[in-house]
Write a protein that binds this ligand. Structure first.
Ligand SMILES: [Zn+2]
Length: 103
């Protein structure tokens, strides 16, 4: 994979942008995008308003659909631990399981 500037980056570097609960979600997404003919360019990966954002360069409709699916799934997965979660507002919006919703 490559970053916005065309520099090689690893999956581990991409995963660093979100917390561990979402790492399996992104790993599966990257595998699926590879099968759909994705060129591997990642522009930005982050959490925003409680959900995953996965921005890439040129993409087909099929690839965009798969990314949108993963972004929607992220709202149901605790970003900390990967257990089922919901969108909660703890100062700001985040997706958390009951355990990690405690302040
Ligand atoms: Zn959790």
């Amino acid at each position: 994979m490559t970053d916005y500037y065309g520099k090689d980056i690893s999956l581990d570097e991409i995963l660093l942008h979100v917390r561990p609960g979402w790492h399996p979600l992104i790993t599966t997404l990257v595998e699926d995008l590879g099968k759909l003919g994705w060129d591997g360019q990642v522009c930005q990966v982050k959490e925003k308003f409680g959900g995953l954002r996965f921005y890439i360069g040129a993409k087909s409709d099929e690839i965009q659909l798969r990314i949108t699916e993963a972004e929607k799934q992220s709202y149901k997965i605790c970003e900390i631990c990967g257990e089922p979660g919901i969108l909660v507002k703890l100062g700001w919006l985040m997706t958390r399981c009951p355990e990690h919703s405690k302040t």
